[in-house]
Write a protein that binds this ligand. Structure first.
Ligand SMILES: N[C@@H](CCC(=O)N[C@@H](CS)C(=O)NCC(=O)O)C(=O)O
Length: 366
């Protein structure tokens, strides 16, 4: 009989999230028109489109945008479901935040591009930091926060919670986050907790907001989840499972590879029902590498095919090139007198170019 793997003691298991290699990867949410949102984020916020994908079998498309590459930065993963142009954002989702050295200037630029500012720039009520709020085409709010240059301008995801102490404990224990800052503003009747893995001015953080006396919010169907990296989805899920027994929440997807993609993930809800997905670090990087290889390959392939078509029209007279590729033996001669010399040279050059392209593609890709 096979022996069961020895169970890891729970206090040892609970240490795992703190030792794990974690960072915020992306936030997933739904939009009614991808192009409209892409135009808004690139023109008004200065984000870059990092990649797009279309999954017709599942009737949805994604676009990834951010201020830096996915290998190092937090990005937004926009989801467009075919035919759905409106979503309910609910009352629980708060905002995303963008750090910028000059909120006043950013607000002017956004207005000039026709964007909506819902709160004019100025010090936050009860504090000193200059903020403003912009609304995107689907109604998601973006807090614009004045701060010096930072490697991660996409700096916060704000969610409202019904029991702040319970949520802080959950994100500390289940996800290994640190409580970076807790601010109580009694005059404004709210308390916020910044939760994350490193300095809030250098990386993205989760801002949990408790409004005095409010314990329930609606979730709507627009906001999705944040994705966080891990070195071991299985161990991480065991920890989450333990913590949910104490603090609430539940695992919604058992750890394992996504069929067809092989990236290992696990997903769960926190005590308020906010979803987090943990994604295997190595698998995530492999997925991005595959995309780079495909991208490089397709760009080289298009250079190659452009060259082939140019050659077809101008130099090698196509038929002879086709012959050189071995697909037909019929086209043995060219019309002009010099062809016997030039055409074979052209064929050799075409072959040389094919191989050179292929080798370059491999070198650039790996
Ligand atoms: N009731 C607020 C509490 C959170 C809050 O007020 N946050 C600050 C930013 S940290 C804010 O939005 N202030 C608005 C202002 O200063 O006009 C909510 O649920 O959004």
């Amino acid at each position: 009989m096979a022996e069961a793997a020895p169970a890891v003691p729970s206090n040892e298991l609970l240490e795992w999230p703190k030792k794990d290699k974690r960072r915020f990867l992306h936030v997933v949410y739904r939009v009614g028109d991808l192009d409209r949102t892409i135009k808004f984020y690139t023109e008004c916020f200065g984000m870059k489109v990092l990649r797009k994908r279309d999954i017709p079998e599942e009737k949805y498309s994604n676009a990834f945008l951010g201020f830096g590459p996915e290998e190092s930065n937090f990005v937004v993963e926009l989801t467009y479901n075919y035919g759905v142009d409106k979503y309910d954002i609910g009352t629980g989702f708060g905002h995303f935040a963008i750090a910028t050295p000059d909120v006043y200037k950013l607000v002017e630029d956004i207005k000039a591009k026709g964007g909506i500012i819902t709160r004019e720039p100025g010090p936050v009520k009860g504090g000193k930091t200059v903020i403003a709020f912009a609304k995107d085409p689907d109604g998601y709010l973006f807090e614009l926060i004045q701060r010096g240059p930072t490697p991660e301008p996409l700096c916060q995801v704000m969610l409202r919670v019904g029991d702040l102490d319970c949520s802080i404990k959950f994100y500390e224990k289940a996800l290994g986050m640190k409580l970076l800052k807790k601010t109580d503003r009694p005059e404004q009747k709210y308390t916020i907790a910044m939760m994350g893995y490193a300095d809030e001015y250098e990386t993205t953080v989760l801002e949990l907001t408790y409004n005095y006396g409010v314990t329930e919010y609606t979730k709507g169907n627009a906001y999705g989840q944040v994705a966080i990296s891990t070195d071991d989805v299985y161990k991480s899920a065991e920890v989450v499972n333990l913590v949910t027994q104490e603090l609430g929440g539940k695992i919604t997807r058992q750890p394992g590879p996504i069929p067809g993609l092989n990236t290992k993930i696990t997903a769960f809800l926190d005590p308020d029902g906010w979803k987090t997905v943990l994604v295997d670090n190595e698998d995530f990087l492999k997925e991005l590498e595959k995309l780079t290889v495909l991208g490089t390959f397709s760009s080289h392939t298009s250079i190659l095919s452009t060259w082939i078509w140019l050659s077809y029209g101008c130099n090698l007279r196509g038929r002879r090139w086709v012959k050189a590729c071995g697909s037909t033996r019929r086209c043995t001669c060219m019309a002009d007198p010099g062809s016997k010399l030039v055409a074979p040279l052209g064929d050799a050059f075409a072959w040389f170019w094919c191989y050179a392209e292929f080798v370059c593609t491999l070198l650039v890709s790996y």
